[in-house]
Design a protein around this ligand. Structure first.
Ligand SMILES: Cc1ncc(C[n+]2csc(CCOP(=O)(O)OP(=O)(O)O)c2C)c(N)n1
Ligand code: SF4
Ligand SMILES: [Mg+2]
Length: 299
């Protein structure tokens, strides 16, 4: 990322260009996402949230794992890292601890973050690592052909569950809450304004923050289960969502084509991992210890 993004954002304002275009690495377009896929809508919301956040874009880094959602990092004109499958969170942790001034965002899929990467999620949340994790949940492994995921509800068929899934899915906000996340919300790609607002709010907070974004995968999940196209899924989101800010996360698990509880569920303060480490070592070592990642007064 460079000054050119700032410049192009300024030009977009004056020349009425699509305000999201400057955020994209346009030499990487056309993207791989299928018609009706919700990932692009979520990325649009994220770009608008970046504008509204007023953050210095030279200090925002984005990290993705592997999957259709994992392509996001490669398309965004930020300092972006497309890492190996399931390892976006440990990579982001290293990035944040190496340069605590960065605002580090992990943007990845449900399979990447909660199957192969599940263990990293739990521990980063437990430690209150200062990163924002955005999970596009399409209930399947989109990129590899529609295998069952840890988020697939009971009922629908998947390539690896041809007679319908019988495994209980994870309730992602409940996991994030139970592990200690400071901010937890869920929206769908129908709720573009609320989603962009949540992303902006989460970008401005400290600690381990989590946003689940429900998103259609018309090519695999919807087609296989005769749910229509992307628009049909967005209609389902519209008709079946109930906004319940502050809902108890244990009560908001998702069933197949059932009610969807959306909203902000958790917003709390906890010392970040770096703050806890600095406090602890200062207490134990006194003057021998110089706190790490803290700007001296006046800088
Ligand atoms: C170590 C390893 N195991 C498996 C894979 C194959 N693989 C690539 S993407 C993916 C699933 C991605 O699912 P998700 O994170 O939900 O992303 P989506 O494509 O649905 O957006 C898998 C299993 C891989 N690339 N590396
Ligand atoms: S396979 Fe599914 S998740 Fe992947 S780009 Fe196509 S619609 Fe989107
Ligand atoms: Mg997925």
């Amino acid at each position: 990322m460079s000054e050119s993004l700032d410049l192009r954002l300024a030009l977009a304002e004056t020349e009425l260009e699509n305000p999201v275009l400057p955020y994209l690495r346009q030499d990487r377009i056309p993207h791989i996402w299928c018609p009706g896929c919700g990932i692009g809508t979520s990325v649009n919301c994220f770009c608008r949230a970046l504008t509204d956040s007023g953050l210095d874009l030279n200090k925002v880094a984005i990290v993705s794992g592997i999957g259709c959602t994992g392509r996001t990092a490669g398309y965004l004109n930020l300092d972006s890292f497309h890492t190996t499958h399931g390892r976006a969170i440990p990579f982001a942790t290293g990035l944040k601890l190496g340069n605590p001034e960065l605002n580090v965002v992990v943007y990845s899929g449900d399979g990447d973050l909660f199957a192969i990467g599940g263990n990293h999620f739990f521990h980063a949340a437990r430690r209150n690592m200062d990163i924002l994790v955005i999970c596009v949940n399409n209930f399947t492994y989109g990129m590899t052909g529609g295998q069952v995921a840890p988020t697939t509800p009971v009922g629908p068929t998947q390539t690896t569950m041809p007679l319908g899934n019988f495994e209980s899915p994870f309730n992602l906000p409940f996991i994030a809450d139970a592990c200690g996340a400071t901010y937890v919300s869920r929206w769908t790609v129908y709720h573009v304004r609320q989603l962009a607002k949540a992303m902006k709010e989460a970008l401005g907070k400290k600690g381990f923050r989590f946003i689940e974004v429900m998103s259609p995968c018309p090519t695999l999940y919807s087609r296989r289960n005769r749910l229509g196209d992307g628009v049909d899924q967005v209609k389902y989101y519209k008709e079946s969502s109930v906004i319940k800010n502050g809902a108890d996360t244990k009560d908001i698990g998702l069933g197949f084509q059932g009610e969807i509880v959306v909203g902000k569920f958790v917003d709390r303060e906890r010392p970040t991992w770096l703050e806890s480490m600095n406090d602890h070592f200062s207490h134990v070592l006194g003057d021998q210890f110089t706190p790490y990642g803290v700007k001296p007064e006046g800088e």
